[in-house]
Design a protein around this ligand. Structure first.
Ligand SMILES: C[S@@+](CC[C@H](N)C(=O)[O-])C[C@H]1O[C@@H](n2cnc3c(N)ncnc32)[C@H](O)[C@@H]1O
Length: 223
């Protein structure tokens, strides 16, 4: 059994660089000149099979369970916080998953710089930080710039699933996704359904369910 504290960053801060090491894609912040090249998903996964990405994975409960139950897809967890990335790493290692990788990285930057066009079958975002204040809106993951990137990386008929307990963020998700003509909602107005238990659970999912909050699940199909 490995523990989260066994997770090691393979460089010092002074020598930081973008690298894939031990199933983890390390992308330290603000390295615009790093020569790292991402040629294909073969750099992360041993089998060629559909790639599914979860952004904002937290401690990884949801995605590790998905990777276990769907071994015919390659699953990538994207998480920018060290304490959480290392929890995901330990969880996946201890499950012995071979169809799983982690990106310890900021999601928008990683996607823009490296994800190949039309190469990600599905993306999921479960309970992204809502950043409710207007002056913090630039920190929200779901924003037009990111939606534009999603249309680039997701091929025709691919799906983006966004989940939140937050009504305002739900409305923003719907507005920003439907403002892009390449996305349509799988569900008619109000463009979300209440997430069922079969969707899977996560740390924040169980927290919000205990608080009797409604969990809104939005599915958008790429044209
Ligand atoms: C509210 S938590 C949800 C975690 C998990 N999905 C769950 O349901 O328990 C949001 C997570 O997203 C991560 N996060 C926020 N913005 C991110 C970004 N731009 N790129 C990668 N991770 C991000 C945070 O570090 C945090 O772990």
């Amino acid at each position: 059994m490995v523990k989260a504290k066994d997770f090691r960053i393979p460089f010092t801060w002074e020598n930081r660089h973008i690298v894939i090491h031990d199933g983890v894609w390390f992308m330290p912040p603000v390295l615009p000149d790093d020569p790292f090249v991402f040629t294909s998903w073969d750099m992360l996964f041993t089998k060629k099979q559909p790639v599914k990405v979860e952004y904002c994975s937290g401690n990884g409960t949801w995605i590790v369970e998905k990777a276990k139950t769907d071994p015919h897809s390659n699953w990538l967890a994207v998480e920018k916080q060290f304490e959480r990335a290392r929890l995901i790493w330990a969880r996946a290692k201890n499950e012995g998953l071979t169809n799983f990788a982690i990106a310890f990285a900021e999601g928008v930057e990683l996607t823009k710089r490296f994800f190949p066009t039309a190469s990600v079958d599905e993306i999921f975002v479960n309970f992204p930080d809502p950043w409710p204040k207007r002056r913090h809106a630039k920190h929200r993951l779901i924003r037009p710039e990111f939606v534009q990137e999603l249309t680039r990386i997701i091929p025709s008929k691919g799906i983006a699933t966004l989940v939140t307990d937050n009504e305002e963020y739900s409305a923003i998700m719907i507005k920003d996704m439907l403002a892009n003509p390449l996305f349509s909602s799988e569900n008619g107005a109000p463009h979300f359904v209440v997430a069922s238990d079969s969707y899977g659970t996560s740390f924040f999912d169980s927290l919000f369910r205990k608080q009797a909050k409604t969990i809104r699940l939005h599915r958008f199909v790429r044209a």
